[in-house]
Design a protein around this ligand. Structure first.
Ligand SMILES: Cc1cc2nc3c(=O)[nH]c(=O)nc-3n(C[C@H](O)[C@H](O)[C@H](O)COP(=O)(O)OP(=O)(O)OC[C@H]3O[C@@H](n4cnc5c(N)ncnc54)[C@H](O)[C@@H]3O)c2cc1C
Ligand SMILES: *[C@@H]1O[C@H](CO)[C@@H](O)[C@H](O)[C@H]1NC(C)=O
Ligand SMILES: *[C@@H]1O[C@H](CO)[C@@H](O)[C@H](O)[C@H]1NC(C)=O
Ligand SMILES: *[C@@H]1O[C@H](CO)[C@@H](O)[C@H](O)[C@H]1NC(C)=O
Ligand SMILES: *[C@@H]1O[C@H](CO)[C@@H](O)[C@H](O)[C@H]1NC(C)=O
Length: 510
């Protein structure tokens, strides 16, 4: 039927043209979708609705696109697809935070970024708390893909901060879904992978703005591997570890609230900005590390040294901050952004590959020891493996949060105890700009992924894993959760216009 319609009604919005490759934030050479016929940039929800209605009529496939902050070619299906960018749909409405109240709410359109909302809220004495990801990422894209920060004590998955969602389903109807743990429509919408439709609006919980501190300690590897990892993380509002396998060290970063009057400092964090000189030096060194492990060893040593110091500046006068702890406003300290005189590393072709898997936090020691043993196995062959990323291997955490496809869900058929929360192994690595772009000892990275997936009940992050990793991970997902999700999906999108590679791997379109 879709084909018939396309032939019968020629003057359509989506009349097929030659397909183009749509890239991730890393640009050329980093495809998100291979077969894109059009990229549309609506400026309102009403316009998005009419695009979906037209697509439903034509039988065209559609995928939303936020800020392109993903790593792999899994956004669309491989069949012809129209991209609907949400960047131009960025209204913020219905702010309420009565004075003295502990929380309130605000409604954002899909394309609103963390950066935009943080600025809006800070001006009004509010913040979204800890349900954060990095700055130039849309709320629609984050909620769709189950994105999260790192905390055991507080909810830090973006969807956990959502009170209601408006989703444009596969026929162009807007479905309003309120948070309700007893309703499979909510439990599917909470981590929808974009398969139920375009998330158009999100009602978010907000809090009075706070000042926070950031502190960082350096720990010996053996003290973490044999230590109380839960105890390093759970006491704080948000905390994580960065692992430096060649240094055999961890950085332990943690944050919590301080009274606003206790400090005049206004620290502003940067995670991704670099100067051109730094970028060229790093790129040259890391490219040579494709062939020479000594370059990677040197790179890890330099990165470790740099990352030991505060990656913060004083916001009011743009001067460097030299000592821990650093204090400042909630969002500036927890996320921050770019320094005015620098660019993000990917603008200088410093691009990465990654892998992210979530494990029950009760298995944190066992998992990290297994990772250590994989590094050691290379060492015993005379091959030194390192972290080739400027902030090391990111070990993040999550408070248990129940929905059908989230990384932090519980009550699953694997019998693992997910109720204490999760530990995530997020292993970014440098992708050489030269030759075949393969990393030094490329097979090591696949061995790490395959071993962890085979030996642990671990779950994938939905935008930080290759097709291969996602495919191998399916065995670790609860078949009943997948079935319940797919029942909701079929009601929302009976013709599968929002189909993606991720959805195909999960078996939803068989
Ligand atoms: C530098 C960097 C830092 C990151 N930090 C974190 C982090 O701290 N924690 C974390 O969990 N993740 C992190 N990520 C991953 C990121 O949060 C996710 O990939 C997120 O989905 C990207 O959102 P986006 O707005 O860029 O959307 P895109 O990359 O454009 O889209 C991602 C997916 O979401 C779908 N989508 C987008 N908008 C909508 C919508 N409105 N409705 C339905 N579906 C939609 C798209 O079709 C696509 O499948 C990071 C990524 C990068 C590059
Ligand atoms: C945010 O993303 C847009 C593309 O959507 C890009 O043009 C802009 O430079 C980015 N901003 C920063 C600060 O990286
Ligand atoms: C693009 O999609 C069409 C069908 O929609 C398919 O016939 C074609 O093979 C696809 N091309 C690629 C490169 O995958
Ligand atoms: C920048 O501001 C901080 C905090 O107000 C202050 O301590 C510092 O001396 C200032 N530095 C310069 C160079 O102005
Ligand atoms: C957990 O599973 C049991 C049995 O399958 C079910 O009765 C219960 O409602 C589930 N709890 C949640 C939060 O889904």
């Amino acid at each position: 039927m879709p084909l018939f319609r396309r032939l019968a009604v020629p003057a359509l919005l989506f009349s097929a043209s030659t397909a183009l490759v749509y890239n991730t934030f890393d640009g050329e050479g980093f495809p998100a979708c291979y077969n894109v016929t059009k990229v549309l940039s609506p400026t309102s929800v009403v316009e998005m609705v009419s695009i979906v209605k037209q697509a439903a009529k034509d039988g065209s496939r559609l995928r939303a696109a936020g800020k392109g902050h993903s790593w792999y070619d899994t956004q669309c299906s491989d069949a012809q697809t129209v991209i609907v960018r949400t960047e131009g749909v960025h209204g913020i409405y219905d702010f309420t935070l009565p004075s003295g109240a502990t929380d309130g709410s605000v409604v954002v359109d899909a394309g609103v970024t963390f950066f935009q909302l943080a600025e809006y809220l800070h001006e009004r004495g509010a913040s979204v708390g800890y349900t954060l990801t990095n700055w130039n990422i849309s709320f629609g894209g984050s909620v769709a893909m189950g994105a999260h920060r790192s905390s055991i004590r507080e909810h830090s998955m973006v969807a956990a901060g959502a009170l209601a969602l408006d989703i444009i389903d596969g026929t162009g109807n807007i479905r309003h879904i309120e948070r309700d743990d007893g309703n499979d429509e909510w439990l599917a919408a909470s981590t929808s992978l974009g398969l139920l439709g375009i998330i158009a609006k999100i009602k978010l919980k907000i809090y009075p703005d706070t000042k926070v501190y950031a502190k960082q300690d350096t720990l010996d590897e053996k003290d973490v591997l044999n230590g109380d990892i839960y105890g390093l993380i759970a006491p704080f509002a948000t905390a994580n570890l960065w692992y430096w396998p060649y240094q055999r060290k961890f950085h332990h970063r943690y944050y919590d609230v301080v009274s606003p009057d206790s400090t005049p400092q206004e620290g502003f964090q940067n995670t991704f900005s670099v100067t051109e000189v730094e970028a060229i030096a790093a790129r040259t060194l890391l490219d040579s590390g494709k062939y020479l492990p000594t370059s990677n060893m040197l790179a890890e040593e330099i990165f470790f040294g740099l990352w030991s110091k505060p990656n913060f500046r004083e916001k009011t006068n743009n001067t460097e901050i030299h000592s821990w702890p650093v204090y400042g406003w909630n969002y500036d300290v927890l996320i921050g952004g770019l320094y005015p005189d620098q660019k993000p590393e990917w603008d200088y072709k410093l691009a990465g590959l990654t892998l992210e898997l979530a494990f029950p936090v009760t298995m944190a020691n066992q998992m990290l020891k297994r990772v250590r043993s994989l590094f050691d196995a290379e060492l015993s062959k005379g091959i030194v493996m390192t972290s080739t990323y400027r902030s090391g291997i990111n070990i993040k955490f999550g408070k248990a949060y129940f929905d059908l496809l989230g990384q932090g869900t519980y009550n699953t058929s694997d019998g693992a105890d997910w109720t204490k929360g999760t530990v995530m192994f997020d292993f970014p690595s440098y992708r050489p700009t030269i030759g075949d772009h393969k990393r030094f000892n490329e097979q090591f990275y696949h061995k790490v992924a395959n071993t962890l997936i085979a030996e642990f009940p671990c779950r994938p992050h939905w935008t930080k894993n290759s097709r291969d990793v996602l495919t191998k991970s399916v065995k670790n997902l609860d078949p009943d959760h997948l079935r319940r999700f797919n029942e909701v999906r079929k009601r929302f999108d009976p013709d599968g216009i929002y189909r993606s590679v991720v959805g195909e791997i999960l078996g939803f379109y068989k």
